[in-house]
Design a protein around this ligand. Structure first.
Ligand code: KMH
Ligand code: ZN
Length: 271
């Protein structure tokens, strides 16, 4: 089995310091959290940024500042800007996170519209998905295809049919937002991909580590971090993203799956 790629989603756009005081907002806090995750074994940093007051932004200057600062302490990490941003942002606003130097090697591409709790809807129309795929392909950015349910795999494959995705494809299954975070559904999703694809799984909230264990066993890769879950175990807040990554590293060790370095992750992902 391939070595395990661990992605740390260190910040997100929704979680706040009220949820967990260690959630990073400032550049210094983002650097601290990225370094804790990288030191623990993460090879990919999935990045959202905030203004100092916690407001999410896709401002390219803020991304540039964050990436440059993270790069100083995690020199070979794969930094993956979010193009999802926060609910309600325009497409152009969202894509601005990739307008940095050097052009990112990897970025997310969300493959459908989904409910985000209450009245919140994360909108990704077919034209948005096509537009993001076209821009990323032109600029040589590998998309991580974010899928929140099975239909989004099919939506991604429609984009692929138009020639807008370079192979091999890489997916991230986000389980526990729209579809349930169960091993049954993880197995179904993993079995629904074209041959040669790679995939990562993310379990939201209390399912983070069940899904991580399932992904490790099934030959997928794992994403954890404050964007997805703030608890190390029931009732115990994680003090850092590094603690969440460390728990995945322990699971991988118990299950006999070595963890990939950033160089190995680049090879597995064909970056
Ligand atoms: N914050 C969500 C609205 C991504 O990073 O591409 C979108 C999101 C997905 O987090
Ligand atoms: Zn994200």
């Amino acid at each position: 089995m391939e070595k395990l790629i661990i992605t740390a989603a260190i910040c997100g756009a929704e979680v706040t310091k009220e949820n967990n005081p260690a959630v990073p907002y400032t550049i210094e806090e983002l650097v601290r959290e990225a370094k804790s995750a990288y030191d623990a074994g993460a090879s990919v940093i999935h990045l959202h940024v905030r203004w100092d007051d916690g407001t999410p932004t896709q401002d390219s200057g803020r991304f540039q500042e964050a990436v440059d600062a993270i790069r100083k302490v995690c020199p070979d990490a794969i930094i993956q800007p979010s193009t999802g941003g926060a609910v309600g942002m325009t497409d152009e606003e969202r894509l601005a996170s990739t307008d940095i130097i050097p052009t990112p090697e990897f970025a997310t591409l969300d493959c459908g519209t989904c409910n985000f709790g209450g009245d919140e809807v994360f909108v990704n129309t077919e034209n948005t998905i096509l537009h993001f795929a076209e821009v990323m392909q032109k600029r040589g950015i590998k998309p991580e295809l974010e899928v929140f349910d099975k239909g989004m795999i099919d939506a991604a494959l429609k984009v692929d049919k138009k020639g807008l995705l370079d192979h091999p494809l890489h997916f991230d299954f986000v389980l526990g937002v729209q579809m349930s975070a169960t091993l049954r559904d993880l197995v179904f999703m993993a079995g629904s991909l074209p041959p040669g694809s790679t995939w990562t799984a993310t379990g939201i909230g209390r399912n983070a580590f069940d899904i991580a264990a399932g992904a490790i066993i099934l030959g997928g890769h794992v994403r954890v971090g404050f964007e997805d879950s703030i608890y190390l175990e029931k009732g115990v807040l994680a003090k850092s993203n590094g603690e969440l990554v460390e728990k995945v590293v322990q699971l991988a060790k118990l299950l006999g799956r070595p963890v990939a370095t950033p160089a190995e992750a680049r090879q597995i992902l064909s970056l």
